[in-house]
Structure formats: C-alpha cells, structure tokens
Design a protein around this ligand. Structure first.
Ligand code: GFB
Length: 313
C-alpha cells in the first residue's frame, strides 16, 4: 500500500539547501501542502523551538533534508560543526516528529557513511563493517546516527521512519564557494573562470579518485518515490549506477563549457576515499530509475550557475 501524499501537510526541513529545494520543486506536482520554515524563524539545532513549531504546524510527513554539508575541505576543517550541528538537527527533528505525531519521515544521509574500503559497488549491508574515510568521518558518524534514530523509533514506537543514502549530488542551488563546495560545482566555477583568461584548470588531489554523480532532481524524485513506496528499517541507497574519475569529470565539464585548456593537479589537496560507487539495486528493484545523464545534468547545473542560482557565488 502506497503512502499517499495527496491532501497531506508535508514539511521539507532544509528547503533552502540544494536537496530540500529540489524536493520542494518535485512536490509541486503532488497534491499536498508543502510546509517550509526559514532559518531566521526556526533554529533547527534548537530542540525546544523545533518541538514547539512542529506541535503548532502538525506536519503529516517530513523530508529531513536539513544538514550542515560541504566538500572534502570543509568536512576536514570544521569537524565540530559537521558532527555537532548534524546530531542536534537530527535529534530535534526526530523528537519533534515523535511528539507531533508525524506519520512518515524520510531521513537523508550520504554515501560517506560507508567504510573507506567498502566492497564496490557499495551495498547497504556494508554499513559499519570497517573504518570510515577520515576526511569526513565526523559527518558520517552524524549521518549513521540518523539512520539509527529512524530504526530506533521504528523499533520502539512502530513509527514509519525511513532513511535514504544519496550518492554525490549536484545541480541548481549548489554551493559554489571554493572552500566549501563539492567537486562538481567547484569544477564548473573553475572551468568558467579559466575559460575567461585561458588559464589551466587545477584539480585537487591526483585526479584519480572515482566518484558517482546524480542530478539533485533525480534524487528528489527518488525521495518522493521512497516516501510513497518504501516502509522498512534498512536504509536505501540512491545511486546513478556509474562512476567517473575526477580527471575525466574535469574533461567532461570542460567539454560542456566548451573550453580546451590544460588540466593540472594539486597533490597538496586530499583525494579522500579512492572509490565510492553505490549499489542501487534495492531501489531499482522497486521500479525507480534515474533519468538525467551526467552531460545533460552538468549543462543544467551550468545554466543555473550562470543564472546565479546557488550559494557562495
Ligand atoms: O566532492 P568532494 O569534495 O567530496 O571531492 P568527497 C571529491 C573528489 O574531487 C576528491 C576532488 O578526490 C577531491 O580531491 N577534487 C578535485 C575536488 N578538485 C576539487 C575541488 O576543486 N573541490 C573539491 N571539493 N574537490 C564528500 C564528503 O566527499 O562527499 C561529504 O566530504 C559528502 O561529507 C559528500 O559525503 C557526498 O566525495 O570526497
């Protein structure tokens, strides 16, 4: 039996973020009432305030997309912020959902929850089978705690709380601040700027790590799909099913932006985990498929960048 969103009050926590924003766009085609609240009106790390807001607003369903996020450098520079803020946000929203009688909650994690040397493609069962990648273990621990909170509320109270783990995401609304961004928005900005002067494009690390990328609109569609069709304790990977090296990704971004300059590497910057490809078979077996190819997605993300849709610009 599908969980129907029609007629429901649906809170997208974190609607100003890239993922939350995409979920709000996706929900426009569902017959539901979307609730959002800005940072100036509600501090999501403040448990008492979140509880009060949820008891007043009484959402039926929650997409928990609020999080402190960032790329490899931000993660390793601000371990307290990534661990503490994410734990506080999760505790506040799960507690609020319990108190306010939320019927369904989807918690969003990240592929970095898995061990650094997990067998590839990474199956959901790999969780907690080995040491984490040190550059983002703080964020990963907070996200693993979120999965466990969803499972604990399901076990102790029977609540229909579920978790989804997306792969590396990009798209409109991304963060383009070089010190905080993930690799794809960083490359879009770097190639755009290099093209203006004919300069080489500098890639952090060796360029050899492999990553999987998904357009955020595909991720939002998968989240709505899971909200409607999935109701179980294990978390579910949201993956695109293919990977690319950072060097080849750089070449692809240069091709999309029509720039034939030189690529140089900066080995003083970290590579992070060598490979991170999700096994998405649990999700695809339910009948969901991604639709946006990488080249098309990069073109869309670049159009959003040119339109000024993003942070850190
Ligand atoms: O996207 P990214 O920052 O995060 O980096 P992770 C991916 C790869 O791209 C790394 C390389 O090997 C980087 O060294 N890279 C090359 C660059 N040039 C750049 C650049 O200019 N900027 C950035 N940022 N990277 C993140 C985690 O890991 O994955 C987060 O830190 C989150 O917690 C996210 O889980 C999904 O893929 O390494």
């Amino acid at each position: 039996m599908a969980y129907e969103l029609a007629g429901k009050r649906v809170w997208v926590a974190g609607h100003r973020g890239m993922v939350g924003g995409a979920i709000v766009r996706r929900l426009a085609s569902e017959d539901c009432e979307v609730l959002t609240v800005g940072r100036q009106d509600l501090d999501l790390t403040d448990q008492r305030a979140v509880l009060g807001w949820m008891e007043r607003e009484r959402p039926d369903a929650v997409f928990l997309a609020a999080a402190r996020v960032g790329g490899i450098l931000a993660n390793s520079t601000y371990p307290v912020d990534f661990l503490r803020d994410n734990l506080l946000i999760e505790t506040a929203i799960f507690s609020g959902a319990h108190a306010a009688g939320v019927g369904k909650l989807l918690f969003l994690g990240s592929s970095c929850i898995y061990p650094k040397f997990a067998e590839q493609p990474i199956r959901e069962e790999s969780l907690l089978t080995g040491p984490l990648e040190p550059t983002n273990e703080w964020y990963a621990i907070a996200k693993i705690a979120g999965i466990k909170l969803a499972q604990a509320y399901r076990q102790q109270y029977g609540h229909d709380y579920i978790s989804a783990m997306p792969t590396n995401l990009y798209g409109p609304g991304d963060n383009f601040d070089p010190a905080a961004s993930h690799v794809l928005p960083a490359l879009i900005r770097k190639v755009h700027e290099a093209k203006a002067t004919g300069a080489p494009v500098t890639v952090w690390g060796t360029g050899s790590p492999l990553r999987e990328f998904m357009h955020v609109d595909d991720c939002a569609d998968a989240c709505v799909f899971l909200m409607r069709h999935y109701s179980d304790a294990p978390h579910v990977n949201i993956g695109a099913g293919s990977e690319i090296s950072i060097r080849d990704l750089t070449a692809l971004v240069m091709d999309v932006l029509d720039y034939a300059g030189e690529i140089v590497t900066d080995p003083t910057k970290p590579d992070g985990t060598p490979r991170k490809l999700m096994d998405n078979s649990r999700l695809t077996a339910m009948g969901w498929r991604p639709r946006i190819g990488l080249r098309e997605g990069i073109a869309d993300a670049y159009a959003a960048f040119l339109a000024g849709e993003g942070r850190g610009l």
